[in-house]
Design a protein around this ligand. Structure first.
Ligand SMILES: Cc1cc2nc3c(=O)[nH]c(=O)nc-3n(C[C@H](O)[C@H](O)[C@H](O)COP(=O)(O)OP(=O)(O)OC[C@H]3O[C@@H](n4cnc5c(N)ncnc54)[C@H](O)[C@@H]3O)c2cc1C
Ligand SMILES: *[C@@H]1O[C@H](CO)[C@@H](O)[C@H](O)[C@H]1NC(C)=O
Ligand SMILES: *[C@@H]1O[C@H](CO)[C@@H](O)[C@H](O)[C@H]1NC(C)=O
Ligand SMILES: *[C@@H]1O[C@H](CO)[C@@H](O)[C@H](O)[C@H]1NC(C)=O
Ligand SMILES: *[C@@H]1O[C@H](CO)[C@@H](O)[C@H](O)[C@H]1NC(C)=O
Length: 498
């Protein structure tokens, strides 16, 4: 028996304390259990695993309020849970990697966590050109599954986030210069919509939903599985880790800007990323810039590009040759690395720019100097990334709801602050620092009277809808489609469209 008398009593007591309409959730959950597969697990607040299932990468800053966790083991588990939640009008939120950092996730008012982690299979299809991926698959899982078959796809830079989360809002990766964003590689998806219906979305089936998913997908449904293009692994990668003192900032970002000029012969196989960090053994006073040039191919091909950076006089250069799947750990984005640590507060802010404004970058780094000298925030960083735009710009922008700005602007930046504990003052200080760094990085855009664009997956909840979803017709169309697919805004906890 799932419900012992004691459990029912505790449930009623608990619901009486926390939920405004307790009878609804109680009825819903008791009706749900028989509809779920044998692999599904329902966890309630007094169960042993409850605390573990509350942990996010961004907790305790973000703790969406759940009354129950349903770990779905099949597509129909997701469908049954959403259908029931919709019928009883109970809020719910899908969780895959648990790395979403926008504060809007915190608005979930005592609802159901639909945990997708059991849906983590990756299967290369017979044609060898596509793979079918479970909705809760993590990057390290897809990368390893595909690599074992000599394949890879546009996966982001971190082993611990999901595939679906980044995809639905864009998906930046080392491979975007060649193959576009993660969402550009989506072929079809199976989606549970707000009503609990399971539909397919592709260029031929529900094309409007398919369009909306690729750019604003978190607002439209839960992808239980999806099919992505995959590619044959052709060669190893060469990675240059180049460390610069902070006095080289202007020279460095001037050179990066040159690489982004239309006339530059920048190879699509190259990505450039910088992380401003504090490294006291190297520089006890000022931050340093950890710059990475990765290139798919042998060192002799990458060397001429790297030479231009080495000519700026870095502190050190380390060159390594490795397989695609080893890049994650080598660039400090592996499962054990700081960005993947769970239950460690984190907040960022996406900033997209046409070019680096040298004054703005300098100011951001000056603020970071203060921030990182504060022991509460010493593990923080500012990312300044140029992954490459050839593959992204090759896609017709009208095919997806992704805002035009995201296809045009080559510079992607974000302060990433980490801190421990639940101290409110520290949280407020973190947000103040993030705001100041964001203002600094937008200096160049503002000076030219440009419009501000922020990357949806790096948003923290302070942004306007236009800043995230674009200023033109796409936003209007998205709002129209939202009325059709999710008129009650049940999928409204990730940077809501409406
Ligand atoms: C360490 C780190 C590295 C990152 N690296 C990159 C990067 O290289 N490139 C990049 O583009 N972004 C990157 N990001 C940003 C990333 O895209 C977002 O943080 C994203 O929200 C993480 O998704 P998640 O599934 O891990 O988190 P979650 O919090 O589980 O999910 C985020 C949102 O997606 C929804 N969701 C999750 N799965 C599904 C699904 N199957 N169907 C429908 N909705 C779903 C959730 O409901 C939630 O609203 C990174 C973030 C971190 C913390
Ligand atoms: C799916 O997740 C389980 C549990 O974490 C893990 O043991 C398994 O290896 C994962 N599957 C794949 C294909 O990565
Ligand atoms: C690829 O990298 C691996 C190390 O990860 C190395 O052992 C191997 O020799 C490399 N292959 C080539 C062709 O360089
Ligand atoms: C850095 O901190 C010092 C001392 O607290 C302060 O005087 C200075 O204004 C700060 N600078 C910035 C850019 O925040
Ligand atoms: C920006 O707008 C202001 C006020 O309208 C104007 O004076 C200025 O010349 C503009 N700057 C640019 C770079 O267009």
């Amino acid at each position: 028996m799932f419900f012992s008398a004691l459990t029912v009593w505790l449930l009623q007591l608990y619901l009486g304390l926390v939920a405004s309409k307790p009878h609804k959730l109680e009825r819903a959950i008791s009706g749900l259990k028989p509809q779920l597969s044998s692999g599904a697990v329902i966890t309630l607040p007094w169960d042993k695993r409850w605390d573990e299932l509350q942990i996010r990468a961004t907790s305790p800053r973000l703790v969406p309020h759940y009354s129950v966790v349903v770990e779905a083991a099949t597509e129909s588990d997701v469908q049954a849970t959403v259908a029931l939640a919709s019928r009883f009008n109970i809020p719910f939120l899908a969780v895959s990697g648990g790395h979403g950092w926008t504060s809007t996730l915190d608005k979930l008012p005592y609802g159901i966590q639909i945990n997708l982690r059991k849906l983590n299979t990756t299967t290369v299809n017979h044609d060898g050109k596509t793979a079918t991926v479970g909705g809760g698959t993590l990057q390290h899982e897809i990368v390893r599954s595909l690599f074992a078959k000599g394949k890879y796809t546009t996966t982001g830079l971190c082993e611990c986030t999901s595939v679906a989360g980044p995809l639905l809002g864009g998906g930046h990766s080392y491979l975007q210069g060649q193959y576009g964003y993660v969402l550009d590689n989506l072929v079809s998806a199976r989606v549970v919509t707000a009503s609990g219906e399971l539909v397919e979305a592709s260029s031929t089936k529900n094309p409007d939903l398919f369009w909306a998913l690729r750019g604003a997908g978190h607002n439209f449904g839960i992808m239980t599985s999806f099919t992505m293009k995959v590619y044959d692994v052709a060669s190893n990668w060469t990675a240059y880790s180049i460390l610069f003192a902070s006095d080289k900032v202007e020279a460095l970002f001037d050179l990066v800007n040159e690489f982004e000029e239309p006339s530059s012969k920048r190879p699509a196989k190259m990505a450039l990323t910088a992380a401003v960090i504090r490294l006291p053994p190297i520089d006890p006073i000022k931050p340093v810039i950890s710059f990475t040039l990765v290139y798919e191919g042998p060192e002799h091909e990458a060397a001429p590009y790297a030479a231009q950076f080495q000519a700026l006089g870095p502190i050190s250069t380390r060159i390594s040759n490795m397989k695609y799947q080893e890049l994650y750990a080598a660039t400090h984005n592996g499962l054990d690395a700081q960005p993947c640590v769970k239950n460690n507060n984190m907040v960022g802010a996406g900033i997209s720019v046409p070019a680096w404004d040298l004054k703005g970058v300098r100011e951001a780094i000056t603020i970071f100097g203060n921030l990182s000298a504060d022991p509460r925030f010493s593990k923080s960083t500012i990312l300044l990334e140029n992954y490459g735009m050839q593959g992204v710009r090759a896609v017709d922008p009208s095919l997806t709801s992704l805002p035009l700005e995201e296809r045009q602007l080559p510079g992607l930046a974000s302060p990433i602050l980490f801190w421990e504990g639940e101290d409110e003052q520290t949280t407020q200080d973190a947000h103040d620092y993030v705001r100041r760094i964001k203002e600094a990085l937008f200096l160049g855009v503002d000076k030219n009277n440009g419009t501000r664009h922020s990357y949806l997956n790096y948003a923290n909840g302070d942004e306007s809808r236009q800043e995230l979803y674009g200023y033109g017709e796409k936003l209007e169309k998205l709002v129209r489609l939202k009325k059709i697919w999710d008129s009650e805004n049940r999928f409204g906890f990730y940077n809501s469209l409406v």
